[in-house]
Design a binder for this molecule. Structure first.
Ligand code: LRH
Ligand code: MN
Ligand code: MN
Length: 424
């Protein structure tokens, strides 16, 4: 299924007067609105191929309907999202959940929806049928060099798939850790991981990045071999210039100050990418901005500040990805909500009066500093985000259009009731 330009135009026409009123109202108070619009238009957030089907809980999975059953259909889904918001112009693949059998064909299909391939993700946290060794006790950190070698080779294979598709980054997340004291020698586990990553790094093309993702706990509950940003940064620093830390918002212990982590990683030139989601407890993978929108804003505040300080382009300087899994909502609608929340937080961060904030900080004027941030956060920027979409030929209200066009119903008619997505 593909959206026609006319369908979007007709929807926008219906909402035009209401939108214009709201946009004029906010634009009158934002002198730099044109600059903000350009930045919003340039900003693209990659959609993970594993978020397009209904995810499960630990206890069960209640399958949705009309879900994508193969990579082609997943690309079609992201194409729909991108047509609706023009902010989801890339897809991030997880291999082997999604193996592009004919890369040229897949690339052409993605291009027909104006989509690029973002970071490719390796998977050494599940055993695969054709593999000789099990990852039960880890992969790149494993005590057995044969298991490490198998995991290294898988990552090299993933890089090769990525090269064929035009990806420019590999994300490595390891489910390596221990659940009981004494199970692991921490130092050796870390060193094995480093040596394995060095092997993978050797196969990275010149213009690629390696993202090292960390996670505090789960699936292991005593230690994770790459458990926090310190361990990730240590690895990335030892690996070299092409290696970076990737921050997944759900991968921290409760109340971690993620915005401070972001600021310092940027300072070190070692922040590579993001997995956006939200959480109340741990790696909940809920819709971005659903639980802690102020935190999301504060993170973007540091991103804008830190990227500007380093002269980085907001849109291309980091890898922006969603990593969420939905088991209650329609996954496509949920992704539209996530993208909208991210764009709102970004727009609000662009509103922050940086000069005034600096001044307040230099005077230790905490009241003013708080006021400046909260002024931006409490500004309703939805009409600015909608205007950016409008200028790009997207829908003023993507979710309303998704519903009024009965897109899910059309997908069910095409794909049937019982499709089961691969992946999570
Ligand atoms: C691990 C993780 C990692 C995986 C994805 C499926 O919790 O965040 O990024 O690749 O989920
Ligand atoms: Mn992640
Ligand atoms: Mn996760």
């Amino acid at each position: 299924m593909r959206l026609e330009k006319e369908q979007i135009e007709q929807h926008n026409k219906q909402l035009a007067a209401k939108h214009q009123r709201a946009f004029d109202y906010i634009a009158a108070d934002v002198p730099q609105v044109e600059e903000i619009l350009k930045k919003l238009q340039a900003f693209q957030i990659a959609i993970p191929s594993w978020a397009l089907g209904t995810g499960g809980t630990r206890f069960g999975r209640f399958s949705g309907k009309g879900e994508p059953g193969n990579l082609e259909q997943k690309i079609e889904d992201v194409g729909l999202l991108h047509a609706l918001n023009r902010s989801s112009g890339a897809i991030s693949l997880h291999i082997p959940w999604d193996i592009p059998k004919d890369a040229e064909k897949i690339k052409a299909l993605a291009a027909s929806y104006d989509l690029q391939f973002d970071a490719v993700n390796s998977n050494t946290f599940q055993d695969q049928a054709e593999q000789e060794h099990s990852y039960k006790f880890g992969s790149l950190h494993h005590v057995d060099p044969k298991v490490r070698q198998q995991a290294v080779q898988h990552n090299i294979d993933v890089i090769n798939h990525g090269i064929a598709l035009g990806s420019k980054a590999l994300t490595v997340w390891l489910a390596d850790g221990s659940s009981f004291p004494g199970q692991l020698n921490f130092r050796e586990a870390f060193q094995n991981t480093l040596e394995s990553l060095k092997e993978i790094y050797k196969h990275l093309p010149e213009d690629w990045k390696l993202f090292v993702e960390y996670k505090a706990f789960e699936p292991f509950f005593y230690s994770m071999t790459i458990g926090d940003w310190g361990q990730s940064l240590l690895l990335a620093s030892k690996l070299g210039d092409k290696a970076y830390t990737l921050v997944d918002l759900g991968h921290h212990l409760p109340n971690a100050n993620i915005e401070q982590i972001v600021s310092l990683l940027l300072m070190e030139g070692k922040l590579g990418g993001f997995h956006f989601n939200d959480s109340k407890y741990a790696d909940d993978d809920l819709t971005a901005g659903a639980i802690k929108p102020y935190q999301l804003f504060l993170i973007f505040n540091e991103l804008v500040e830190g990227m500007d300080a380093r002269g980085m382009d907001h849109a291309t300087g980091l890898g922006w990805m969603i990593d969420a899994s939905h088991n209650l909502k329609d996954p496509l609608v949920d992704l539209l909500q996530s993208v909208e929340a991210i764009m709102i937080a970004y727009a609000q961060a662009l509103l922050v009066d940086r000069k005034a904030l600096k001044e307040a900080q230099s005077q230790n004027n905490i009241v003013a500093a708080q006021q400046i941030l909260q002024d931006a956060f409490r500004t309703d920027v939805r009409a600015i985000v909608a205007e950016a979409r409008l200028r790009d030929g997207a829908a003023l209200d993507p979710i309303a259009l998704f519903n009024s066009l009965a897109i899910r119903e059309a997908l069910i008619a095409e794909r049937g009731n019982n499709t089961v997505a691969t992946g999570l």
